[in-house]
Write a protein that binds this ligand. Sequence first.
Ligand SMILES: [Zn+2]
Length: 162
Amino acid sequence: MWELFCKAPAKKVYHYALLICCSCFLSGLIIILAKQFGFPGRHSLWTKILHELSLMLNMIEIAEEHARREDATTITSVTVEIGALSGVIPDAMEFAFEACSKGTLADGATLKILCIPAIGRCQKCAKECAMESLLDGCPECGSYALDIMKGQEMALTELEVD
Ligand SMILES: [Zn+2]
């Protein structure tokens, strides 16, 4: 492997290093997940957690970008809005935040999660109603043709930096 490194042009070395870092990161992640949730079984939960982890990695990247633009050295608090129909589990987000923020500007920051209720509008009678699930019908006319007006989104809404 070392010989391979020496012979490879600089760009290749960088790629190999990146690849090794990624696989270390992934195996580390799998060990953390296995400790937390047990293995095997619970496949749907695992898929869910991986989904939340990738969302959170993305979100921390955005938060760091904003913080750097403000010349901040630490992020003290991150506020995230999660729609009731976004499919994102707040508990999983908290776990993902703890795992993904290590070593970033958001290390040690408080995560505030605001759950946003979902609102639908009936295509038939135009009545707006609260929605608990995607299978909800209109309470007025019983139609299932509801447009989701709010509650499917997830957004980083507030950042406190130092
Ligand atoms: Zn209706």
